[in-house]
Write a protein that binds this ligand. Structure first.
Ligand code: GSH
Length: 218
């Protein structure tokens, strides 16, 4: 049995969880926090998610998705056509490497009351202003982000967009995705049965995470 390790508040964890659920792959979940616990459990950088397989551990969400695709081909999340497959991977890369990673630098202040510098905020805003229109050019939303098939790019978009929206709203006073098709797409996709379950689990885990991060009484 596969074991998805990490915690349900993490968007990267939920990206893999969504792929597992949509591919109808049986799996278990193990709550492991980042840093020392994840490192000691076998994640090379102490990051989550990581996947325990009968053959060993795999880290990095995109690598895990590629493994699932090869090992469990029955419900494909990457088109068979090589060009279409590359276009899906292209959108997926823009979502993770450009959009989410830019927005990630403002999460400490947006979500965890840990101030970030004005330079970091300005740099993230500049990057997002550049990358969001590019994503709009690449994305189809017909009805899925890369076309008529649900793909690994949807697994990224569905979990990243709400965080990017909320973080930019909190830090810049403006949801930078509000005027783009990502908004309507996010509203639609959160009604998927798998996403309803993932969001319930996320909210329950948020309570645990906030308890864990709360300052301990002296
Ligand atoms: N490139 C990684 C990113 C995963 C990631 O950043 N996970 C966060 C939690 S959402 C984490 O582990 N943060 C702790 C750290 O960066 O040390 C992936 O795709 O799996």
């Amino acid at each position: 049995m596969l074991v998805l390790c990490g915690f349900a508040f993490s968007n990267y964890y939920n990206k893999v969880k969504l792929a597992l659920m949509e591919k109808l792959i049986p799996f278990e979940e193990e709550l492991i926090w980042t840093g020392k616990p994840a490192f000691e459990a076998g994640s090379p950088l102490g990051k989550v998610p990581f996947l325990k397989t009968p053959q060993g551990i795999i880290s990095e969400s995109d690598v895990i998705l590629e493994y699932l695709e090869q090992q469990y081909p029955d419900v494909p999340l990457i088109p068979r056509d090589h060009f279409q497959a590359a276009k899906v991977r292209e959108i997926n890369t823009y979502l993770n490497l450009h959009l989410e990673l830019s927005a990630r630098s403002i999460y400490p202040e947006a979500f965890f009351k840990r101030p970030v510098s004005e330079e970091v905020k300005a740099s993230a805003q500049k990057n997002l202003k550049r990358f969001i229109p590019v994503l709009n050019e690449l994305a189809a939303y017909t009805p899925y982000i890369a076309g008529d098939q649900f793909t690994i790019a949807d697994c990224s978009a569905i979990v990243h967009f709400p965080l990017i929206s909320l973080a930019t709203k909190l830090i810049y006073g403006e949801d930078m995705l509000a005027a783009t098709p990502a908004k309507e797409y996010s509203d639609r996709m959160k009604k998927m049965p798998s996403m309803i379950k993932i969001n319930e689990d996320r909210k329950a885990n948020q309570v645990l995470l906030m308890e864990k991060l709360a300052p301990k009484p002296a």
